[in-house]
Design a binder for this molecule. Structure first.
Ligand SMILES: NC(=O)c1ccc[n+]([C@@H]2O[C@H](COP(=O)([O-])OP(=O)(O)OC[C@H]3O[C@@H](n4cnc5c(N)ncnc54)[C@H](O)[C@@H]3O)[C@@H](O)[C@H]2O)c1
Length: 253
């Protein structure tokens, strides 16, 4: 038996990076996984890798900023697997932008990172509220929810919003006696396509990033996926509205 056997998980942004590692690990630990993303080809290749490893997965095309898209994606998962019990709101973007950034870029970041997480959390609550078994919603925030840099104006604001939204949703579920826990994860810098583009543009930033993580190296996608696995599983049954920081000590300085 795997740690999430019998569960059905949807992971947004699962075609790449952290989400891909989450989908692979949840499937390896026994969950049926919906790989949800705008990137169809890469998403389908994650599904193929899960199947090749003996797991069960489907691809769902989902733009997390689209309200009706959420209804359609979750309906497709329930039609195929009969239920939804785990939802990971992972899709996100991190363009460089300081306080003098264009309003259009600000709105794009807020739309994907914060609106997308709101729509996903709401859709997850609606899909799981009638379940007889426990459900878990995991929102991927960032250490940038608790701190900032000059170039993370929209990103920090969006991830701070995800952190607070998560607590409001967790309390809503608890006070309405819904069988759903909601928690956030706050990764430090992990090497994925999201950040490797940034390091290509600013090579000196890589050394500075490593130096800012007391553990002496950056994280991996698997480091974060293992946190998702814990929060998705019933092992975290008493964990509600918490902030799981996975950052190599970045925030304790
Ligand atoms: N990598 C890091 O160091 C790091 C650190 C802290 C937090 N995070 C957060 O982790 C999450 C994943 O980051 P990553 O590094 O794996 O990024 P990534 O760029 O490798 O992957 C992001 C995925 O999200 C998808 N996506 C983007 N917009 C979408 C949309 N509108 N609808 C559906 N899918 C969409 C992309 O197609 C891609 O597959 C993000 O929320 C990011 O902010 C990452």
């Amino acid at each position: 038996m795997g740690r999430v056997s019998g569960k059905v998980a949807l992971v947004s942004g699962a075609a790449s990076g952290l989400g891909e590692a989450m989908a692979l690990l949840l499937a390896r630990e026994g969950a049926k996984v919906a790989v949800a993303d705008i990137a169809e080809e890469a998403g389908n290749s994650v599904v193929d890798r899960i199947a090749a490893a003996g797991g069960e997965a489907m691809f769902v095309r989902l733009d997390v900023t689209c309200e009706t898209g959420w209804d359609e994606a979750i309906a497709a998962v329930i039609a195929r697997y009969g239920k939804l019990t785990v939802l990971v709101n992972n899709a996100g973007i991190a363009p460089v932008g300081d306080i003098e950034m264009e309003f259009e870029l600000w709105r794009k970041v807020m739309s994907v990172n914060l609106d997308g997480t709101f729509l996903g959390t709401r859709a997850g609550v609606r899909a799981m509220r009638g379940n007889a078994e426990p459900g878990s919603i995991v929102n991927i925030s960032s250490v940038m929810a608790m701190t900032a840099s000059p170039t993370t104006a929209a990103y920090s604001a969006s991830k701070g919003g995800v952190r607070s939204l998560t607590k409001a949703a967790a309390l809503y579920c608890a006070t309405h006696k819904l069988p759903i826990r909601v928690n956030s994860i706050h990764p430090g810098m992990c090497v994925t396509p999201l950040v490797s583009g940034y390091f290509d543009a600013y090579p000196e930033a890589l050394e500075a990033q490593i130096a800012s993580h007391p553990i002496g190296h950056l994280g991996t996608a698997e480091d974060v996926a293992r946190g998702v696995l814990y929060l998705a599983s019933d092992e975290s049954g008493f964990v509600l509205g918490s902030e799981l920081v996975i950052d190599g000590g970045f925030l304790i300085q």
